[in-house]
Design a protein around this ligand. Sequence first.
Ligand SMILES: [Zn+2]
Length: 429
Amino acid sequence: MKKLFLLCFGVFLLCNLQGQDFDKYFTHNTLRINYIHSGSALSEQISRVEFHNGGCWYGTTTHLIDPFNYGELLLEAFDATTGERIFTRSYSCLFSEYVNTFTGQKESADFEECINMPMPKNPIKFSIVSYDRKRNATTLYTGNYDPQNTKTEPYVKEFGTIDLHIGGKSENCLDILFIPDGYTQADKKVLIKDMKRFAKYVMECSPYKENKGRVNIRALLAYSPEHGVSDPNENIKHNTLLNSSFNTIGSDRYLMCENVWRMFEVADDAPCDAILVIGKSDKYGGGGIYNFYAEVSSDDTYSNFVATHEMGHSIGGLADEYHYTDGTDLDSGFFPEGVEPVEPNVTTLVDFNSKWKDMLDEKTPVPTPVTEEYKNTVGVYEGGGYVTHGVYRPWQDCSMNIIKYNGFCPVCQRAIVEVFHYYTNEKIK
Ligand SMILES: [Zn+2]
């Protein structure tokens, strides 16, 4: 507790120098808004909203209005007296993937979601806004929070942590937290070994390895009642800390966790800007949702690739650069004609200036042919974001396209580094 207090105090001193607006509106604690996001493609609702004190705030103190907006949801907070917009945070959710499934077209389902923001000093109004792929906005929820009067669940420390890579002070770094799932007390040695292995996977991958001073990685020493994650298609059901399971929304290799509220609650025990859940399994799988969390199975041959690829989604807001070569486009509505996608590594050429045009050699043709001549060249290659035509990717064989560890293209690397700058409070382009 004493250590925690000192850390908070350190944050306060630093941020006083850096972000006057931050100290005008916020304390250095975290407010977490938990809610249930439910519905189907036909309609959606937010309900059961509750508030938690999430302990110290380790997020940005200067980029209070989200500079990226890559997500489908946006939390907006307004000073209740002046109406001034004082904080926004863009993020994505599993719900928006569910509604694109066959079941989600008509059957309603409930999903736990949550979003963190710095604790306001004074009453705020807030809204949760949903954006469709054409960036039409719908306000899903509006509410009020008064730090003096609104019921707020207290922060309770539960788990210890281990440091795996410390690049700097938490208030000025991207803090990645590994949460093990499906490791029992008897697995303690294996847990520590696995967490160290994954820290190497991340820190030996560009652009993390060139930005060692901007990144911290820690792991929670958190145990599960039973060993291994659930796999419904193999009739395996295990009781674990976060109830991680394959076959999320009916996709066999999609490994995510059911207990999202619990995940964010345990993550309060360490500085945490980004979560990677490491689920004990030797089956290929994982998933990553922007500014929400990523998960990976612990012992597959490609776990190093999957971990960094999924963090490309969850941290970098990157799109998949692959497409289906047989011409079966996954969902033509995902990248509507005439709309520039929000993701930094795909373009429809509607607003290419806002993407990687500045990284393109003037001799490189647009579109760029997928030939040996342009291998390892930033270009505009047709096919990406699951579709064959009309969406373009910047590289022939980036880690967001094929199973290749440590192969993020220059455009994806730049996007990830920009996110580092968000957390390090450096200038963003
Ligand atoms: Zn890329």
